[in-house]
Design a binder for this molecule. Sequence first.
Ligand SMILES: O=C(C[C@@H]1CCCCN1)Cn1cnc2cc(Cl)c(F)cc2c1=O
Ligand SMILES: [Mg+2]
Length: 566
Amino acid sequence: MRQSKMLVPTLKENPAEADIASHQLLVRAGYIRQLASGIYTLLPLGKRVLTKIETVIRQEMDRAGAQEMLLSALQPAELWQESGRWYTYGSELMRMKDRHDREFALGATHEEAMTSILRNEVGTYKKLPMTLYQIQNKFRDEKRPRFGLLRGREFLMKDAYSFNESFESLDQSYQNMYDAYCRIFERLGLNYRAVIADSGAMGGKETHEFMVLSEVGEDVIAYSDTSKYAANVEMAPVTKVYEKSVETPGEMEKVSTPDRKTMQEVADYLGHELERGLKSIMFKVDDEYVLVVTRGDHEVNDVKVKNFMDAKVVDLATEEDTVRLMGTGFGSLGPVGAPQEVKVVADYAVEPLVNVSCGANEEGYHYKNVTPGKDFVPDKYADMRFVEEGDPSPDGEGVIKFARGIEVGHVFKLGSFYAENMGATFLDNSGKSRTMVMGSYGIGVSRTLAAMVEQFHDDKGIVWPKQAAPYLVHILSLNPKKEEQRVLADNIYADLLDEGIEVLYDDRPERAGVKFADSDLIGIPLRIIVGKRAGEEIVEVKMRNEESKTEIARSSLMDEIKNLLA
Ligand SMILES: O=C(C[C@@H]1CCCCN1)Cn1cnc2cc(Cl)c(F)cc2c1=O
Ligand SMILES: [Mg+2]
């Protein structure tokens, strides 16, 4: 493609609204433009890259035996009412009415739509397992869209759904998709980890997230420094064993702690370290109240609270509920004398403690010399805290370290929730009617594009790996006004087109400096510079990810290009 004719609006400056590299570079290099908050246009360069990523995904989905379809973005509200999600999702689910006033959801995901197809079209075990997928825009009205394509309100997703006759079969489909995801992210050259994850609102059993390691990632990964263990930090269990304190328990004593509310203020006032105080946080778990108690220096992990209590919804209790239940607000909560209706769950690290402080459930008062098991007995001890760097890895090998990650994929074993609610049944080999078992498997395709830019860029711009680059060769004619330069560049361009090699030709009447800067920004792997030695049919070749340039005669240029791109 000739750049003089192409829509590649590069910018010198970072756009004000972009504050991470991938967002800045995709806008500056003319790949995307924002239409509205969280809504983007893929310009020609961006669309070419997106298509390359889709191609890798399609090849691996098809190789895994999944069948591509295309479902509608418009989904009748009735479908979401059958699964109940019409009522459980809030304003994130975009809804609309048609001309007959009938309600629709704009597809945020397609479990319901896909299940409604299977229940109508597949009724025998002979057709199972069946994995179907699509690559289509999803709509989710994010409260805070940000970071460009990383968190948008309309974005491209590959979503696949497996339909199985049993959980054993689901295990195989899940592993099959998991392996396909590994191949996809390997082929895209991404530094990623598959991590044990929480299934969130989806329920279901096992689930893994595929995380691209990046400092701008919203998720924290807890991984072992010596083994392959990796989990979303929300899920990583704490396996540290705490030895019992040898101190002799003292007499519990109520002390005035005027206006001391935070753990640190109380610890400073009573003259002890943070870990000699108990932190008590009140949660509303579905419709009961749970007081979670941890050591003062530990953090409560609300996902663990939710999973431990097998709850649907976990929220922090309001101050009002807390005062009503405990007689005091957040600053002086404690497990001693908690009322029957409040379940007390203490983290394992609390059990061996002796002579610690905690709130006295009275405004401005705390207890000293509190010993768990003597001055209070929690209803349960459990793993309630976030794992920390240096904690032993749950697989017993090495210690935990943290890294930030961008979630580009998420695979779920859903079970029968949707099939049950929507009547997706099949006749098994004995003619008995059974409910299907499902898995669902997503990749954020446009998010993967941005994650690739996060991993593949330098201070001058994007550095595409050749399997995702919008073009493979970038020809720069430094001075098209010079006949010998323009003719040589035109001929090389024609040769590359004849060879079927994707080539972008910067034939613009711009200064050389502008062409070099734009070429560094756009990030095409191989650059051919047609400059002052064009008269001798000599050009320069430079790889985007190397500093060095080499002079090459036109006669050996094509071979050189082919082995550089091999
Ligand atoms: O999307 C999934 C599960 C899997 C992931 C793989 C591909 C198929 N779906 C989870 N999820 C996330 N955000 C959502 C937002 C809205 Cl507004 C919604 F209505 C539904 C969902 C929702 O279901
Ligand atoms: Mg997810």
